[in-house]
Design a protein around this ligand. Structure first.
Ligand code: SF4
Length: 211
């Protein structure tokens, strides 16, 4: 299957949708925004992010912060207690290991507490404008349902598959477009297959109509 024309269609329809505030900032704030965003809706993340950065400015003051104060600022993001401690640890690490400057290499980013593959790629793509494909829950679900990867694939398999299919200049927009498409059409529960332009090629839709 030649997936590129299909994915390109999603990019052309969804890549221009507005980005959330927590990915449109300097690298340190995008990094912290990604920690906040895990298992949390964009609107909740953005509101917590604004409260946090109206009180703190960057790694210097966050590294010395009392996690209890951060908890109050970021509530009700998911796991706000753990995240407040992780945020302090991440700020300390950036300060101690990188002189307060967020690195622009994947290998360095994933050493920062709370930063896994997805957040490292988000920082690379959105804060540094470097070609990277973050695979979040929406990108992962859409790629598996379409049949781009097998049902037992891992997020890194989706990342590798998309990197093979999508030309490098579209790596950043493909993430954004698939996230928007996943939220609007290919929803986690009750995907709108009847009005989805991809239903003819989608493994999930074919399987559903066969039953
Ligand atoms: S046909 Fe359904 S499952 Fe497949 S991509 Fe579209 S909405 Fe998702």
């Amino acid at each position: 299957m030649d997936w590129w024309p299909i994915i390109r269609r999603i990019i052309s329809e969804y890549a221009d949708e507005p980005m959330p505030a927590h990915v449109r900032d300097d690298p340190f704030r995008v990094l912290i925004g990604c920690i906040l965003s895990q298992r949390t809706k964009d609107e909740t993340t953005d509101a917590a992010y604004r409260r946090l950065f109206s009180r703190f400015s960057g790694p210097e003051d966050l590294a010395r912060a009392d996690p209890a104060e951060i908890e109050e600022l970021i509530y009700p993001v998911g796991f706000y207690r753990n995240k407040s401690r992780t945020i302090v640890k991440a700020a300390r690490y950036v300060l101690d290991e990188f002189d307060g400057v967020v690195p622009d290499r994947f290998e360095d980013l994933v050493k920062i507490p709370g930063i896994g593959r997805k957040c490292a790629n988000i920082v690379l793509a959105y804060a540094f404008g470097k070609p990277a494909i973050p695979v979040d829950t929406h990108v992962f679900r859409v790629a598996k349902r379409l049949g781009i990867v097998p049902p037992d694939a891992k997020p890194e398999d989706v990342e590798d598959a998309l990197k093979r299919i999508v030309p490098e200049e579209f790596w950043i927009p493909v993430n954004h477009a698939l996230v928007r498409f996943g939220r609007a059409v290919c929803k986690p529960v009750g995907p709108k297959c009847n009005r989805c332009p991809l239903r003819e090629v989608c493994a999930f839709a074919k399987q559903k109509s066969a039953h």
